[in-house]
Design a protein around this ligand. Sequence first.
Ligand code: PGA
Length: 249
Amino acid sequence: MKYFIGNWKMFGVSKSANIIKKIIDYVKKDKKKSNYKVVIAPPYTLLQNFSKNFNSKFLSICAQNCHFRDNFSSNTGSISAYMIKELGVQYLILGHSDNRSEGDDEKKLSLKVNNALNNKMKVIFCIGENKKQKKLKKTNLILKKQLSKVLKFKMKSDNIIVAYEPIWSIGTGFIPKEVELKNTTIFIKKTLKKIFKSKKTPHVLYGGSVDGGNIKELRRIKEIDGFLIGGASKSYKKFIDIIKNYYRN
Ligand code: PGA
């Protein structure tokens, strides 16, 4: 199963439902649909509306973050995994570099991942090195630390998806070299096998400047289980192009 996950970030109002409708129309008719799963993460303001109207076997709605405290608490402007789950939202992105740069450290992320899993949600856990770390050849070291500080053996690994998003590739148009990305994905899977003491690992996605053009290169890396797509997920045409070109003969 491959994942195509759209991360809208701070984009979208009610009329953006149109984008989701077009994507669902495409998936419904696609002969390849049993091979993949489409997930869209709109901002909080649209979660209730979209999860009520669009959650189906063709598409799932996802939240982009939550507070590290669960249930109810006195945190102005925040919402918890419990509150998101109540809307019928099954997926939750955690650890995106946007949020890490705004204070999501490993301690907070551990609490968030635990809360999400306790609420029986699926977590899309983002990891990735920055440009300097890459230059210093510290990628594997950083990724291992990001994974092992938050993901633990006792967690339900079936509900965890890992998204490898090198920070230097997010929104820049640059993607890693094929052999590098293949090796990094293999390294992530090896690390996950160790953490969960299991032969089966969570799905590992790639994210960062994925579009309808570079997907033709990215699809050659069979170890990648799907994609987390930012910019290109705000246009149904661009998003559908990615799926189309991934499966094109
Ligand atoms: P991008 O964003 O596709 O615009 O690079 C990816 C992400 O931040 O998840």
